[in-house]
Design a protein around this ligand. Structure first.
Ligand SMILES: *Cc1c(COP(=O)(O)O)cnc(C)c1O
Length: 428
């Protein structure tokens, strides 16, 4: 479920008319639904009922301070991948003691900062990193809590750029090497406290099977590390996929009723139903690191059509958002449903929707049947709440868009649009 639907002929986010937001704040404009973020967090939390667990929101999916504050208020922990993200969590009122720190390339500064702040665990991705963590902690006279990320060599069956759990990916330590690494660390690394084990096999997984495969493969290893080294947690990562095709209708009960059991996308209920029985009796605290499934369907990017160009081969709708604002289509062939803010009729037209950037990869769809919209009209790129604004850049010297958070009938600007002065402020 998400908070976007047509009401009285115009697309709303919760109780707010998106056309009015586009007019008062301009486009491109990211708009998030607070109710949807809360709902998704709570559903996932409830799905894991029956096992000692913590939901550590993956900050990189959407790291706006207001979004983090909202999740901190819900009781979320946080999965961070940089010192910058830890700073954001602290600024938003989150607790460092509920943060796990992932990533293959942590720097000394980042390690020191996280040690000083007292994070819950470093999720370490190589033996070299574990040894360095031990060294830095020793120099600071502290003990570093750590978990090693296991690469279970399971195919997540997702786009190759967001698959992370195969041996050929740069992430984690090979499954076969983990037990020896823990044994060496327990013997040689006095400043590291082995606190858990971690895995994360990929993003946008639309089937439960790879999760089951990975959990079943790693569970005996986790049990062994619990017995031999007293680890207390197992983070099973994030990666739960969301709906990109037909996102708008998926927010209605009808849509779910129409889907056969087989066609239904992975739901949070199914995730919990399948995994809880496989995790329940391990005596380990289960951590989850969801990003996309919390924030993805909770956001849209509003953009205005500037021009229409009819070539001999194609019709192009040129819009004011580009790949610098939303890079998923260009980066990993991501698709975002495109819907006009004024409720359209049934007629459809085959078009390319393209941005203003000087790159052929700057498109939001190609040869796609869409409801018609005219220059001057705004459309929403659905499912843009995760890996949207956070990946935006100033390429082509374009100011970053503004972000608005809607909560009921209230809409707040949670990040101002950049000005031209902002663009050059740090330069000389
Ligand atoms: C990106 C990432 C996540 C979140 O992935 P989603 O697909 O957004 O749920 C979780 N854990 C780690 C280590 C990550 O790198």
């Amino acid at each position: 479920m998400h908070g976007f639907a047509y009401r009285n002929g115009s697309l709303h986010c919760e109780d707010v008319d998106l056309q009015s937001l586009a007019e008062s704040h301009g486009t491109p404009l990211y708009v998030y639904s607070a109710g949807t973020i809360r709902d998704h967090y709570r559903r996932l939390d409830q799905a894991l009922e029956g096992v000692d667990h913590e939901v550590a929101y993956a900050v990189k999916a959407n790291s706006n301070l207001s979004v983090l504050r909202l999740l901190a208020d819900e009781g979320a922990g946080f999965d961070i991948v940089s010192g910058g993200e830890l700073f954001r969590v602290i600024e938003a009122g989150g607790e460092p003691a509920r943060c796990t720190f992932a990533g293959v390339g942590k720097t000394r500064r980042e390690i020191e900062y996280a040690l000083e702040q007292g994070i819950y665990s470093f999720n370490v991705e190589s033996e070299a990193e574990l040894r360095y963590l031990d060294q830095v902690a020793g120099e600071l006279g502290v003990t570093a809590p750590a978990a090693v990320r296991v690469n279970p060599n399971v195919d997540a069956r997702t786009h190759k750029y967001i698959s992370t759990g195969k041996s050929e990916n740069k992430f984690g330590v090979d499954f076969e090497q983990i037990a020896d690494l823990y044994a060496r660390a327990a013997k040689d690394l006095p400043n590291v406290r082995l606190r858990g084990i971690q895995m994360h096999i990929g993003s946008q997984l639309t089937s439960i099977q790879p999760f089951i495969e990975a959990v079943e493969k790693v569970a005996p290893l986790a049990a062994r590390l619990r017995d031999e080294h007293g680890i207390e947690f197992w983070s099973i990562g994030g990666g739960i996929g969301i709906i990109y095709q037909d996102c708008l209708r998926s927010g209605t009960i009808d849509w779910w009723d129409e889907k056969s059991e087989q066609d239904r996308p992975l739901t949070l209920d199914e995730y919990g139903r399948e995994l809880v029985p496989r995790l329940r009796d391990l005596g380990l605290r289960i951590l989850l690191e969801p990003g996309r499934c919390i924030a993805g369907n909770a956001g849209v990017l509003l953009t205005t059509c500037l021009y229409e160009k009819k070539g001999s081969a194609k019709t192009f709708k040129i819009v004011d958002a580009g790949m610098n604002d939303l890079i998923r289509p260009a980066l990993y062939e991501g698709y975002h449903e495109i819907v006009p803010l004024r409720e359209p009729g049934a007629e459809r037209l085959k078009v390319d929707v393209v941005g203003p950037i000087c790159e052929s990869g700057d498109f939001f769809c190609q040869d796609h049947e869409l409801p018609d919209f005219q220059p001057g009209e705004a459309v929403a790129l659905m499912s843009s709440g995760a890996y949207g604004f956070v990946m935006a850049s100033n390429y082509n010297t374009r100011p970053m868009p503004a972000e608005v958070l809607v909560d009921g009938d209230k809409a707040s600007v949670i990040r101002k649009r950049q000005t031209l002065e902002d663009l050059v402020a740090a330069e000389r």
